[in-house]
Design a protein around this ligand. Structure first.
Ligand SMILES: Nc1ncnc2c1ncn2[C@@H]1O[C@H](COP(=O)(O)OP(=O)(O)OP(=O)(O)O)[C@@H](O)[C@H]1O
Length: 350
């Protein structure tokens, strides 16, 4: 087992920084999103550091409630009230200037310019992305005219070509249809077209295939992979499904209770995971060789991130948890080897 360096990751400057690497297009540093509720302070995202690299996909995986979607919403500056965002969200704009999205006004011009134009998002449910009272074309053209060209005819042509590129048949006619007139798979394609029509530097896909049947799911995943190759965009792919992570990701951040608990490249994740939570997720994937055996699942559920005790967030569900060791202080993310970081005090013993 690799030797664990027990110095806090950040102190060692384990990640290269956006200023030092042309490869990095977005980085978050100590990103926090808290909701002040009547019941107490809900710490949905609690100190997340991620790096998004050009032409690469970062998969974010974890069970429901681990803070994946709220992390994405913070990057887009679309966290609902009463959410408060803290920490840095440094983004390399097309002109190579670096802005801290977290410091921009969520309703200001610069955020609007970035959102939809340079960073765009696709959701699980396409009806969320479309207005039901306007045609697909009107909605695509509006975005293109805001970010790409003021010429309506040119914008319509770009919209048609983008619909064609995502595999929409008959785009010249489909463009004038309303969202409810399209099938689920076609609506998903239209939403991807809307996200891509301005050629974003980053595409955030939040469980984009969960609601689709298996064949359409595979087509949509292929589409995202192909478009990444063609357009050079980076992708943040959010899912609870490790099978999809294997297919889509270059790097992976495993999230639990608002924190990244393991961060590494996709091969190391599948063949050398160290965190007990990641290992539990891996044991719950069905495989052909395990066809007749019971799958293990991680007992219990992700707690609500409110009034949390000190120590490891996974303590209450961890098979290896040690009283007096894991429940004393907050656990830092440590480097186990190059490009592999784990938040577990027992990582060394495993
Ligand atoms: N608008 C909000 N107000 C209050 N709490 C919220 C809000 N949005 C999210 N949360 C809480 O923040 C935590 C993280 O939620 P989030 O949606 O990011 O989880 P997730 O990992 O994306 O899960 P899922 O896969 O179910 O979407 C959860 O406890 C959730 O209940």
């Amino acid at each position: 087992m690799a030797k664990v360096e027990t110095i806090e990751a950040k102190e060692q400057n384990i990640y290269s920084k956006i200023e030092d690497s042309d490869e990095i297009i977005l980085e978050t540093n100590n990103l926090k999103v808290h909701f002040k509720l009547d019941e107490g302070l809900l710490e949905a995202v609690n100190g997340v550091d991620i790096r998004i690299k050009k032409k690469k996909t970062l998969g974010i995986v974890g069970e429901s409630g681990s803070g994946k979607s709220v992390t994405a919403k913070a990057i887009m500056q679309i966290v609902e009230s009463p959410g408060q965002v803290e920490g840095e969200i440094k983004f390399r704009r097309r002109d190579n200037t670096i802005v801290d999205i977290g410091k921009l006004s969520p309703k200001g011009d610069e955020v609007r310019d970035i959102r939809g134009g340079e960073i765009s998002m696709i959701f699980q449910e396409p009806m969320k992305a479309f207005s039901p009272i306007h045609t697909i074309g009107n909605q695509l053209i509006e975005g293109i005219m805001l970010h790409v060209t003021k010429d309506e005819k040119e914008a319509r042509n770009i919209a048609i070509e983008t619909l064609r590129s995502v595999g929409m048949s008959n785009p010249e006619q489909r463009i004038d249809q309303y969202p409810h007139e399209l099938s689920g798979g076609m609506r998903q394609r239209a939403m991807i077209a809307m996200a891509l029509c301005c050629n974003p530097s980053i595409l955030i896909a939040d469980e984009p295939t969960t609601a689709l049947d298996v064949t359409v799911q595979a087509q949509v995943l292929d589409l995202i992979n192909n478009l990444k190759e063609k357009s050079g965009s980076a992708v943040i792919f959010i899912t609870h499904d490790l099978g999809v992570i294997a297919e889509m990701s270059d790097d992976v951040a495993v999230m639990y209770l608002g924190k990244v608990v393991e961060y590494t490249d996709v091969d190391t994740l599948f063949f050398g995971a160290v965190h007990p939570y990641t290992q539990g997720l891996l044991r719950s994937i069905p495989t052909i060789s395990l066809k007749n055996q019971r799958l293990e699942s991680i007992e219990g559920t992700v707690p609500i991130p409110m009034n949390l005790p000190k120590g490891c967030g996974f303590y209450s569900r961890c098979k290896f948890a040690k009283d007096g060791v894991c429940n004393v202080d907050d656990i830092p993310l440590v480097k186990v080897k190059e490009n592999h970081f784990v938040r577990c005090v027992l990582a060394k013993e495993q």
